[in-house]
Design a protein around this ligand. Structure first.
Ligand code: UDP
Length: 252
């Protein structure tokens, strides 16, 4: 088979040219990074879990009419996606204070917010992805007012969908990040959910024990990250019954 053309390599994923125009293949790596890539590790199985979990969330969103880039999963680590023009913003939706909002505003982690809060961060590693206001987004032309309204609406729909799914399996969706891209259909431009939705980009707390089941396990050295993600996948019924992601066993 001809070698595929690599389009882009990020911290946790690689994008390859897709089989048809307008498509890409998204490959999930086992690499984990935090604190703007100052902390790094390879976590066996993380890519496989995130591929499955992102498939589960995105295909569910597609099914309820929230458009995403997801087309279908190809194998353990790869999925076929629509190629989009990524808007250079991380859209963060928060239900409970944690992480940067707790630090910035002095709100104790775990405090329920009066309503979901949507924030925008400018995607720029060199600047450490700074929080920006809608004024900046419009003034610098990253998106216009209509796009902003659409991004907030998309973010809130994703929030309702994910919160409900998680609540059903005893997990609190504290906050999450999505990325949004533009696609053109004839003369029309639409915004769709892109990138990934996985425990790498969410905060997920067990509703009874408060146990963290997301990337904070890695950021804060709280245990085995793959175990935490496996727990999320098992609860959601995303993993096969035995819950293991090991390969075939050699029979002598
Ligand atoms: N997040 C992410 N990528 C980033 C920054 C944040 O996926 O580059 C997610 C993070 O996992 C959390 C939410 O966005 O679910 C809010 O993160 P926060 O602003 O609290 O920053 P952090 O404390 O993670 O640095």
């Amino acid at each position: 088979m001809a070698r595929r053309k690599k389009i882009y390599e990020g911290k946790a994923k690689i994008l390859y040219e897709g089989p048809e125009p307008g498509t890409l293949v998204q490959y999930f790596k086992d690499d984990a990074t935090a604190f703007n890539a100052e902390k790094r590790a390879t976590i066996d199985g993380k890519g496989v879990l995130n591929n499955r979990l992102s498939e589960f969330f995105m295909s569910g969103l597609n099914a309820i009419g929230v458009p995403t880039h997801f087309i279908r999963r190809l194998n353990m680590r790869e999925q076929l996606i629509r190629s989009v023009e990524i808007i250079p913003l991380e859209v963060v939706i928060r239900n409970v204070a944690a992480g940067s909002i707790s630090k910035r505003l002095g709100i104790e982690e775990g405090t329920a917010l009066p309503r979901p809060i949507v924030e925008f961060y400018y995607k720029d590693d060199a600047l450490g992805d700074p929080l920006v206001a809608e004024e900046h987004v419009i003034a610098f032309g990253w998106a216009n007012q209509q796009d902003l309204d659409d991004m907030v609406a998309l973010g809130l729909r994703v929030n309702d969908f994910l919160s409900g799914l998680m609540m059903g399996v005893g997990i609190k969706l504290v906050d999450f990040k999505i990325e949004i891209g533009r696609i053109w259909e004839g003369d029309y431009m639409r915004l769709i959910v892109a990138d990934e939705i996985s425990p790498d980009s969410c905060r997920l707390w067990d509703m009874k024990t408060g146990q963290k089941l997301d990337k904070d396990v890695f950021r804060r050295d709280l245990g085995d990250l793959a175990d935490a993600y496996t727990e999320v996948a098992k609860r959601l019924g995303v993993l096969p019954d035995q819950g293991t992601m090991s390969g075939p066993t050699l029979v002598n």
